[in-house]
Design a protein around this ligand. Structure first.
Ligand code: GLN
Length: 487
């Protein structure tokens, strides 16, 4: 077992008691990346030199209280700005972009003196479910290198699963934290819209995007969330609320917790082996005193269509800024219009272009009412479905994704099949709610995720439920690439 397999809490204690030095931990992370990343390819940039420099400075512990993440190595998805360090969004159009500032979520981790070891691979501009849309190279699943890690935060999930880092940050617009967490057998949490500042997150679909943590257990996930949550005047959608102590909620028992099981999330299209694992997990929650009941979220069937109108519409507007003038790559041409055209033709990949076209169409005059406006109305209906269930229940549970990780190349020809990977995660973004994916066993040798959805700003409740499950199930699944024992 590598030192990096220990929990953040345990590493923190060892740093504090000087049993290990931050520089040793950072060296261990860099070594693990060196050993495994030629296969897994979680990283687009490894910031080895800066990380070692910084960690050596941290070896001299300051007086007083050490923050929990002090000296702990972590990785950041490459769509979050990092001052002086390339931030590409896995796109050719930003291949050389070095931001002059850092995202607030990153700054907040830096305030605790975490050590960033690199920027992780992703689907270009966070559009995708397999990491195969990265313009540079695809990430592979540490459990089975022939399979995808999920997406779009596939690099962040794979880095944690492979034991390269104890935690990472990702972003989730329609499932991009929870689905890769599920496919890679790690914990991933999408916070309530507004809980974590998006300042410095490269925008994809602004009414849906949220930043959140990946870690190997629920307690670590809560610790990272604690570090990044909170009001930020630099993000106009940031919620100005008191942030609770998430760790305090973890050990509360779940006796009497009211759990809803939406029947639409257990219907056709769900792999039977995945369903069995999730049902086992729900039974385990029930055995701890939770009360489980079936409910209906009747507008679920419209969620994917609704998302694929709204998200591309917002993306078409957000991505208009990449015109070769201010950011990133420019293809020189005879006149300005031609320069725009060639820059965007060369700079964007096929999926990004598809979404810009879809979104532009949905917003164009004459179609706006039929598509964009209608989708907004459906979004309200989806949100009201959740509101109704949450009048009576504390959490909603479901599979995170309908299948386990699929083989690389299997879905690249068929965007519709690829889009359906997010059928259980997308409604949560449309309603702005928090959701967590926690590993609940293996099917076909690959991890399965249990999704727990909460009321707005009820992160404590979903963490508590996930923790209760995790502690009782005690699965501790690790892929062999991370030196773990396969179940
Ligand atoms: N897979 C979904 C998509 O392709 C969600 C992506 C995300 O959450 N960023 O858009």
């Amino acid at each position: 077992m590598s030192i990096l397999d220990e929990s953040i809490q345990s590493l923190h204690k060892k740093i504090k008691s000087k049993e290990i030095r931050p520089s040793e931990l950072t060296q261990a992370a860099l070594q693990k990346i060196e050993q495994t990343d030629s296969q897994v390819k979680s990283f687009l940039t490894v910031t080895a030199e800066q990380a070692i420099d910084q960690a050596q400075k941290l070896d001299r512990l300051p007086d007083g209280n050490l923050p929990l993440l002090y000296g702990i190595p972590g990785a950041i998805k490459d769509n979050m700005c990092t001052e002086g360090i390339k931030t590409t969004c896995a796109s050719q159009i930003l291949a050389n972009y070095i931001p002059p500032y850092s995202a607030t979520a990153v700054t907040k981790l830096q305030e605790q003196n975490f050590v960033m070891v690199g920027k992780t691979n992703m689907d270009e501009f966070a559009m995708g479910s397999s990491n195969e849309n990265s313009a540079f190279y695809p990430t592979r699943n540490p459990w089975n290198l022939e399979r995808v890690p999920g997406g779009s935060s596939g690099g962040s999930a794979a880095a944690v699963a492979a034991g390269q880092v104890p935690f990472s940050l990702g972003s989730d617009t329609g499932g991009s934290i929870r689905q890769p967490a599920s496919y890679c057998g790690v914990v991933g949490l999408k916070p309530t819209y507004g809980l974590v500042s998006r300042f410095g997150l490269v925008a994809y679909a602004s009414s849906l995007d949220q930043i959140g943590p990946f870690a190997r257990n629920v307690e670590d996930t809560a610790a990272v969330l604690q570090a990044i949550a909170g009001y930020d005047e630099l993000d106009s959608t940031s919620a100005n609320l008191e942030i609770p102590d998430y760790s305090a909620a973890l050990n509360r028992d779940i006796k009497g917790l009211r759990i809803a099981m939406p029947k639409e999330y257990f219907a056709e299209g769900l792999d039977p082996a995945v369903r069995d694992r999730v049902l086992d997990a729900i039974r385990l929650l029930e055995s701890q005193g939770a009360v489980v009941e079936e409910v209906t979220l009747p507008h679920t069937k419209y969620a994917v269509a609704c998302y694929y109108l709204l998200a591309p519409a917002e993306a078409s507007s957000n991505l208009a800024r990449y015109d070769g003038v201010r950011y990133g790559v420019r293809v020189e041409a005879d006149d300005l219009i031609d320069m725009y055209k060639q820059t965007r033709a060369k700079g964007f990949g096929a999926e990004v272009k598809r979404r810009i076209m879809l979104g532009t169409y949905a917003l164009s005059s004459g179609y706006y009412d039929a598509y964009y406006l209608r989708a907004q109305k459906v979004r309200t209906l989806i949100k009201q479905d959740f509101d109704r269930v949450f009048e009576k229940f504390d959490v909603i549970v479901s599979p995170t994704a309908p299948t386990v990780a699929f083989k690389a190349g299997e879905q690249t020809e068929d965007p519709m099949t690829m889009y359906l990977n997010d059928i259980y995660t997308i409604p949560v973004n449309l309603a702005g709610l928090p959701g967590i994916s926690v590993p609940c066993g293996l099917a076909d040798g690959m991890p399965v995720g249990l999704q727990i959805i909460g009321k707005a700003f009820a992160e404590s409740t979903i963490l508590q439920t996930a923790h209760a499950y995790e502690q009782t199930a005690n699965l501790n699944l690790r892929p062999s690439v991370a030196g773990g024992v396969q179940a």
